[in-house]
Ligand binder design. Structure first.
Ligand code: DSN
Length: 416
């Protein structure tokens, strides 16, 4: 039947054109958004597969629909692979996003109205770690912790002081804009002292944890949550891990029927493909390169006089404090875009600007490393960024940087 054969280009030229343009943008631009990456054709294929047609409420072997025998295979593979990747006893791969994974972790570990302690968003945390406009901040009683004004890193003595004073029922470790190692053992000690649960969100550092480049939170956390589309280089989505069987049962109930209905089986299949890729030795090399590139980029930027929050990075991301150049994150983000470089404005600790203006720019190396770039290219990228910072209002300078960016990316092609 023609309906099943019609290509997107012929059936919806407007959406086809938008996708083609986006593909061109991804190929030509330097992608420095720390939470983005570029998936393999295998992941894209599973993502765009006929599994999108299938309803499969429930879990493998216990579904509310017939005809689930093949999607069961996909979900079981995804679960087995992620358990192996993180050395975890139990996993749920149905969370549609990191936010929904975090919501399920809240539902499993605490009750509405309970006190929960999370990292302040502008100090590196995440919306779902207690922001007042998010479910976490509106349904739970949030107390936040911040980084030290001296080191711009977590001060574990202060963290303990707040925890002992406030006695939260749960503490959240993990961040979306924190470039330093996180000491999960210390978090556990503090939680044990006050009888709190520990939730760890590794949405950003999942790749480092999976490859041993960052200590694992699994031995310490009651629940670990994460996303599959950042350093793990998979489709957009979330997951939850635990080593506790009772908690695992509760997580499964809280994801379905608690929060979600039918799981996205095409996404779960694509997650399985990505986890399979992460289990290969070449993924470890990739993650080592991601971290080395980030370190090299941060060092080059510091050499050029750009201020990096906390002075450097231990992972794939860094925060530039552009207030030191009398600029806002917003102005630099726009200028970088004009130069063919995608990044995002980000509040920095103790920021005096509103989030939509911000004093920082967050950049990361997962995408450029996937393209095959190395230390030589990081030097060039640092040079591009510094020249953009020096020329935010100079349109012709930005256009000429963009030409150089396009020549660089042309040497590292991605999707045809
Ligand atoms: N996870 C966030 C990021 O790091 O971009 C978005 O919610």
């Amino acid at each position: 039947m023609e309906f099943f054969e019609r290509k997107l280009k012929d059936s919806d030229s407007e959406i086809w054109a938008a996708i083609e343009k986006e593909k061109e943008r991804q190929n030509k631009n330097l992608e420095l958004i720390a939470s983005e990456n570029n998936v393999s054709m295998a992941v894209l294929e599973a993502d765009g597969s006929v599994l999108t047609n299938k309803y499969a409420e429930g879990y493998s072997g216990k579904r509310y629909y017939g005809g689930c025998e093949y999607v069961d295979v996909a979900e079981t593979l995804a679960i087995e692979r992620i358990k192996k990747l993180f050395n975890a006893k139990f996993a749920n791969v149905q969370a549609h996003s990191g936010s929904q994974a975090n919501m399920a972790a809240f539902m499993t570990l605490v009750n509405v109205g309970d006190k929960v302690m999370g990292m302040d968003l502008s100090h590196g945390g995440h919306l779902t770690h207690g922001h007042p406009l998010n479910f976490s901040g509106s349904l739970y009683n949030i107390v936040s912790y911040q980084v030290s004004p001296k080191t711009y890193q977590i001060d574990y003595d202060e963290l303990r002081e707040i925890a002992v004073r406030e006695k939260p029922r749960m503490i959240i470790a993990g961040a979306s804009a924190y470039p330093r190692f996180i000491d999960f053992a210390k978090f556990r000690q503090i939680c044990d002292e006050i009888g709190a649960s520990l939730m760890v969100d590794i949405a950003h550092i999942g790749g480092q944890v999976a490859t041993g480049l960052h200590p694992s939170p699994l031995p310490f956390a009651d629940i670990v949550t994460g996303t599959t589309h950042k350093t793990l280089r998979g489709p957009r989505g979330g997951y939850l891990l635990t080593n506790n069987e009772e908690i695992a049962k509760k997580i499964n109930k809280d994801i379905f029927p608690g929060i979600q209905g039918g799981p996205l089986m095409h996404i779960i299949a694509a997650k399985a493909v990505a986890f399979g890729e992460c289990l290969k030795s070449e993924y470890k090399t990739y993650m080592q390169n991601v971290n080395e590139n980030a370190k090299a980029l941060a060092e080059e930027l510091v050499k050029k006089g750009v201020c990096i929050v906390s002075g450097g990075t231990d992972n794939h991301l860094m925060l530039l404090d552009v207030s030191k150049n009398n600029l806002t994150g917003k102005a630099v983000e726009v200028a970088l875009d004009k130069a063919g470089i995608s990044a995002n404005k980000n509040t920095i600790p103790f920021d005096t600007q509103k989030p939509m203006v911000a004093s920082g720019i967050r950049i990361g190396t997962p995408s450029v490393t996937t393209r095959g770039m190395g230390k030589g290219e990081m030097k060039m990228i640092a040079d591009f960024i510094k020249r953009v910072i020096d020329n935010v209002d100079n349109e012709s300078a930005l256009v000429s940087i963009r030409d150089e960016v396009y020549s660089l990316t042309a040497k590292f092609p991605m999707y045809k």
